[in-house]
Design a protein around this ligand. Structure first.
Ligand code: NAI
Ligand code: MG
Length: 500
């Protein structure tokens, strides 16, 4: 690991950080929380406070849901596909104009390297333009029925209504667009609750929605805590659907809270994804591939390939090479363009990850690289954990079963294809997975065998607005991106007309 000692003078900056308290966006107005309370949001690279943010709770959620309902029942509910498309294209233009600021805000608020947040450009703009295309591509069906007599039967697709969106902190810009995009495409309205760790980019996007001409009440943004604002949104009888991304434990609470009005729920939760390296793989590609499958975003990615299965005859060589690759990555303040691995998002997340580092050692796993928090030099102020590779990991260890959400690889040897498929599937989760091999038949066999929403072959973590992403098992249900995503925001209505 190379520690960056110095951050260059010309630090990227955002005019959004003007010292003023950031307010809630409700019904087209920026307002204080009803309680008057605020909370601080921090830069995890330095611990400094970036801004005070109004702390929404149940009362603010009520106001926002009421506004979203009125907007849904008003002219927005009758907006033509072209109008929704034009709004999304305008928003894409504004996000493109201000992309440097938005990526800087993401880096400041949650720590990801600026190279990574800038690197999201293609995907973020692509998402908005993909949803713009979907806005004019909503199709029902005409159906031949077998009834005697003459009937015309067809389906209409209608927006589900008011959507409560609850997002995590690990990629605020992309996560916000992933919720707002399909809502605008279909004619829904949204109350978005950002994560308390990283509310700034969603709030700035709220300003851009206004500038784009999104009508009041169509997009509302209410930062606040999970147990208060989040729980109120999940339980609200005026919400028709909740779109949630976060931990499986909170996902279970959302499902329980949804029971009151049986609202629709989609869940994108965590994982303990297997990444499988066969001895016949192109190891020069597999080493960085398997490394960045976990070290990217400091491991704070739901589909990170954290269970690294390596064919036994290359296990020692391969794990040593991944550890060496991890040591070569530049750890530092995300604002430095050379940084490859930033801090963890918060003190809580640091505690959680270092807790697992201790658990791993106590269970008998052997750290080949990293393994401890950085406690000296300028990075000691922030929440930095270097890329860590644990060898000698067994399937039953906690570090092989539980989501750590840090830059920690648990490397496990295996001997043959059927065995590794079975062991790869021996988890309650099923989000991502990877296979590295030159043998196309083997790759396909493993891709068929794994029970996960995505299988990456000779690559990892590639994402595209047109390709569905989501979980099997306890990684959740529903899909984001792709045509399936838009369907999640639509109801199907059958219409029968007696024609004879
Ligand atoms: P979390 O799942 O508790 O938080 C995600 C969002 O849910 C935040 O906006 C939070 O305010 C909200 N929330 C929390 N409790 C809620 C409730 N009772 N009702 C409604 N909304 C609620 O995750 P957290 O605490 O940020 O991280 C803990 C662990 O969860 C991480 O270490 C990681 O393992 C996992 N996680 C997984 C993510 C993923 O993308 N799959 C994202 C974030 C965390
Ligand atoms: Mg923050």
């Amino acid at each position: 690991m190379t520690v960056m000692q110095k951050v260059p003078e010309a630090r990227p900056h955002s005019a959004f950080l003007d010292g003023k308290t950031k307010r809630l966006l409700i019904d087209g107005n920026w307002v204080e929380a009803a309680s008057g309370r605020t909370f601080d949001t921090h830069n995890p690279a330095t611990g400094e406070v970036l801004a005070k943010v109004a702390e929404g709770d149940a009362e603010d959620i009520n106001r926002a849901v009421d506004a979203a309902r009125r907007a849904f029942e008003g002219p927005w509910g009758r907006a033509k596909p072209y109008e929704r498309q034009a709004l999304l294209l305008k928003l894409a233009e504004l996000v493109e104009r201000d992309f440097e600021e938005l990526s800087t805000l993401d880096t400041l608020d949650m720590g990801a390297p600026i190279s990574r947040t800038r690197g999201n450009r293609l995907r973020v703009l692509g998402m908005l333009r993909y949803y713009a295309a979907q806005a004019v591509s909503i199709l029902g069906e005409t159906i031949e029925t077998s009834l005697p007599g003459e009937y015309f039967a067809c389906t209409l697709k209608e927006p589900v209504g008011v959507v409560g969106a609850i997002i995590p902190w690990n990629g605020p810009l992309g996560a916000t667009i992933w919720k707002i995009g399909p809502a605008l495409a279909t004619g829904c309205t949204v109350v978005l609750k950002p994560a308390e760790e990283a509310p700034l980019t969603p709030l700035r996007l709220g300003e851009l929605c206004q500038e784009a001409g999104v009508p009041p009440g169509v997009v509302n943004i209410v930062p606040g805590h999970g147990e208060t604002a989040g729980a109120a949104l999940a339980a609200h009888p005026g919400v028709d659907k909740v779109a949630f991304t976060g931990s499986h434990l909170t996902g279970q609470k959302i499902v329980r809270a949804s029971a009151g009005n049986l609202k629709r729920v989609s869940l994108e939760l965590g994982g303990k994804s297997p990444d499988i390296v066969f001895a016949d793989a192109d190891l020069n590609a597999a080493v960085p591939g398997a490394g960045m499958a976990v070290f990217a975003n400091s491991g704070q990615i739901c589909s990170a390939g954290t269970r690294l299965f390596v064919e036994r005859r290359i296990y020692d060589e391969f794990t040593a090479r991944v550890a060496e690759y991890g040591r070569g990555l530049q750890v530092g303040d995300g604002l430095n363009p050379a940084t490859q691995v930033g801090p963890l998002v918060s003190a809580e997340q640091l505690e959680r990850v270092t807790g697992y580092l201790n658990i791993g050692r106590a269970e008998g796993a052997r750290p080949l690289s990293g393994g401890e928090r950085i406690t000296d030099g300028p990075l000691a102020r922030g929440y930095f954990v270097p890329p860590t590779v644990f060898a000698d990991v067994h399937d039953e260890m906690r570090i092989a079963k539980e989501e750590i959400f840090g830059p920690v690889i648990s490397a496990i040897p295996f001997d043959d294809v059927d065995e590794v498929i079975a062991r790869g599937n021996a988890t309650t989760f099923g989000l991502g997975s990877g296979v590295w091999t030159r043998d196309v038949a083997k790759a396909h066999r493993v891709a068929r065998g794994l029970r996960a929403g995505s299988v990456w072959v000779n690559c990892y973590q590639t994402m595209d607005p047109a390709v569905p992403f989501g979980g099997y098992k306890m990684s959740g249900y529903g899909r984001e991106s792709g045509r399936q995503h838009v369907e999640e925001y639509l109801n199907v209505k059958a219409v029968w007309i007696k024609t004879g």
